[in-house]
Design a protein around this ligand. Structure first.
Ligand SMILES: Nc1ncnc2c1ncn2[C@@H]1O[C@H](COP(=O)(O)OP(=O)(O)OP(=O)(O)O)[C@@H](O)[C@H]1O
Ligand SMILES: Cc1cn([C@H]2C[C@H](O)[C@@H](COP(=O)(O)O)O2)c(=O)[nH]c1=O
Length: 423
């Protein structure tokens, strides 16, 4: 793999690497060079922190085929990483070509592997896997420089180093590497892109096959009727269900949701699949909901409990690691509305402070999805979801303070609807 060209994504040695040690600080960036270069003291210290101690390995999922990449990454994360001894530390590693979309390969840096002989044999097994590349990090005693050794198996089964590069400091790119693959992996901007993902797994999942059938039956209808379409968005527990019910009664409206009810039986299955499939499931759900909205809005106003903005906000916030500043800047193309999806007339984003939201969730006390559990555990994630909502464009979200009692929130929202939709 070392000297071979990685398909259209360029040679290995032209890549930049980022190791994430802590979600609240910048990753350590490095690139590869055939010739050693002198690193500053602080840079040497940073390398010492990430590779130092007992032998370190990095594993990279290296294929530009998105389905295979998603499956392999999930397999490493859920099957392989949990088998490592507790003493090993696992950090996220990205390898990418700066500013080149879809050039990101995700992986893991396993620190302290040499302390556990069984770890080395597990990692050596991975050298054989197609689509995974395994590197080790070695410090040369005389020069204090770190070298990345690319591992491979020879024909006779013995492990060999196929290439080695000096690890040299690299500048932080303008955009965080985790933003490079968002489009087409974490957010889909047309139905066919999500459809193609689902098609790739319809052989192994009957749910995918049935979902595709449903989408096929629901695509023809995508033009709104004469009544307004109002989407209600917000983090879990902000009061969407409560408000959408009372609004529906007050406006004599139809109430719909995304994902639509007809997908509820399949949701737990897709929620436990790799992110690519999960995101494709939610994206396709919006198109089925759109077809229901198209019919319903011919007869009455339509209230939608979550719609496209949830799909995009959760997809972006899950994929972009680390700090809120790592999100794509406002105005980025990732915050646009898909051209082929029925647009609502008004989108309201309900917001409450974290303590009140937690109080409401605790009072409700239902079973949680993976996303909900993550949201509850992680304030950083919640802030990223809310920021992604706020950056959405055309239509943008109108922020509503949902902390007053339900009746007051309803009155506030009715006034907004009267003003914006003339209802
Ligand atoms: N304005 C409000 N004031 C106080 N409590 C509220 C208010 N609105 C909703 N609640 C309560 O907060 C809890 C969560 O509300 P609700 O289920 O409507 O939120 P949600 O946004 O639909 O959540 P999810 O997205 O997880 O389905 C419920 O117990 C509900 O009764
Ligand atoms: C619609 C939609 C939802 N999710 C995630 C976000 C939430 O944590 C859960 C719960 O949704 P609920 O139906 O309101 O209970 O699902 C998502 O990730 N993408 C989506 O499109």
């Amino acid at each position: 793999m070392g000297t071979r060209v990685l398909s259209r994504l360029g040679p290995w040695c032209s890549r930049v690497f980022a190791v994430e040690c802590d979600p609240n600080s910048d990753p350590v960036y490095f690139s590869l060079s055939k010739k050693p270069q002198t690193a500053h003291c602080s840079e040497r210290q940073a390398f010492e922190n990430i590779f130092g101690g007992a032998k370190s390995y990095s594993l990279h999922v290296c294929t530009d085929e998105r389905f295979k990449r998603a499956m392999l990454y999930e397999e490493l994360k859920s099957k392989f990483i949990p088998t490592l001894p507790r003493g090993c530390r696992v950090l996220d590693v990205f390898s990418f070509i700066p500013d080149v979309k879809n050039s990101l390969f995700r992986g893991f840096l396993v620190k302290g592997a040499a302390d556990f002989p069984e770890t080395a044999s597990i990692l050596d097994e991975l050298v054989r896997r197609s689509g995974v590349s395994v590197c080790t990090y070695v410090q040369e005693e005389d020069s204090q420089q770190w070298w990345q050794h690319m591992r491979s198996k020879a024909e006779d089964g013995t492990e060999v180093t196929v290439d080695k590069y000096c690890v040299v400091p690299a500048e932080a790119p303008q955009h965080h590497p985790s933003t490079l693959n968002l489009i087409g992996n974490d957010v889909f901007y047309n139905v066919w892109d999500a459809y193609k993902v689902m098609e790739q797994c319809k052989e192994k999942m009957t749910e995918a096959y049935e979902l595709l059938e449903l989408v096929g039956q629901n695509l023809a209808q995508n033009k709104g009727g004469r009544f307004p379409i109002i989407a209600i968005e917000g983090l879990d527990g902000t009061g969407k269900t409560t408000l959408t019910r009372s609004l529906t009664a007050a406006l004599n409206a139809s109430l719909l949701r995304s994902p639509p009810e007809c997908l509820s039986p399949w949701r737990p299955r897709f929620d436990s699949e790799p992110a690519l499939l999960r995101r494709a499931f939610y994206a396709l759900g919006n198109y089925i909901t759109a077809s229901q909205i198209a019919t319903a809005s011919q007869h009455a106003p339509v209230i939608v409990d979550r719609y496209w903005h949830s799909t995009a906000a959760y997809g972006i916030a899950t994929a972009v690691s680390g700090r809120v500043e790592n999100l794509p800047s406002p105005g980025s193309e990732v915050y646009r509305w898909p051209g082929d999806l029925l647009r609502p007339d008004l989108v309201l984003l309900l917001t409450v402070n974290p303590e009140e939201r937690m109080r409401r969730l605790d009072l409700r006390g239902e079973e949680k999805t993976r996303e909900e559990a993550e949201l509850e555990a992680n304030q950083l994630f919640r802030t990223k979801v809310e920021q992604a909502y706020k950056r959405a464009e055309d239509p943008a979200c109108v922020v509503v303070d949902a902390s007053p009692p339900p009746d007051q929130v309803l009155q506030q929202v009715l006034l907004l609807i009267k003003d914006k939709c003339h209802l």
